[in-house]
Design a binder for this molecule. Sequence first.
Ligand SMILES: Cc1ncc(COP(=O)(O)OP(=O)(O)O)c(N)n1
Ligand SMILES: Cc1ncsc1CCOP(=O)(O)O
Ligand SMILES: [Mg+2]
Length: 210
Amino acid sequence: MSAIYLVTDASLCDQAGHTLEFVVEAALQAGVRWIQLREKEETTRNFVRKAQQIQQLTQAYGAKLIINDRIDVALAIDADGVHVGQSDMPYALARRLVGPDKIVGLSVTNLAEWEEAEAWDVDYFGAGPIFHTDTKRDITPPMGLEGLRHMRQHSQHPIFAIGGIHEHNLDALMQTGIAGVAVVSAICSATDPATAARRLLHLTQHVQSS
Ligand SMILES: Cc1ncc(COP(=O)(O)OP(=O)(O)O)c(N)n1
Ligand SMILES: Cc1ncsc1CCOP(=O)(O)O
Ligand SMILES: [Mg+2]
C-alpha cells in the first residue's frame, strides 16, 4: 500500500487552478492509494455528492476512500472508513457506529493523546502536526520528529505523520519507520499534482528505517 496519504482541501486545489477531482485523479494515477475527503465548508448534500464522485475514482484505482469527521457521510456512501480527531466523535463511538470492518483513523497531537489511545483498536494514527503548517487553522504546537520517533518505537499501530510535510523533510520522517505521511498542500497546491505525488511516492521508497 502506498505510503502517501492525500488529505484533500478543495479551496487549496481551487487556488492552484485545479478541481478537486483533477487533483484526486492525478494522485491516483501517480500511485497514491489513500485518499481522505476533508470538507469543512460543504453542505451535507454537497459533501455526499462529492464523496460519491470521488468514490468512483478511488474504486477504479483500488484505493481507500476515508471520510474526514463525518460518520454519517461515510456510512451513507459506504466509504472505506472515517478519520476522527480529538474534537470529533469519540473514537469508541465512531468505531461502534461504523463497525469492526471499516477503517477508523484517529488523530493524536501529542504523546499523552497517543498513550491514552494506544490500547484501542485503531486502524492507524494520524500523528501531528509534526511541523509548522498554514493549512489547518485550529492547530496545536508541532510534535516534532522526536515525538514521532517515540510513538513509532512504542506503538503497535500504523502511523501516518501529518503537518508541514514536503519533499525536503520526507526522508527524515520515513526513516523513523512510520507507515507513511499524510499531505495536503504538497499535492493540492502543486502546479502539477501528478508529478508532485510521484516525487513524494518515489521519496518514500527505499528508505532505511532507524
Ligand atoms: C491522517 C490524518 N491525520 C490527522 C488529521 C487531523 O484530524 P483532526 O485533528 O480531526 O483535524 P481535521 O482534519 O478534522 O481538521 C487528519 N485529518 N488526517
Ligand atoms: C489536517 C491536518 N491535521 C494536522 S496538520 C493538518 C494539515 C496538514 O496540511 P499540510 O500537509 O498542507 O501541512
Ligand atoms: Mg476532525
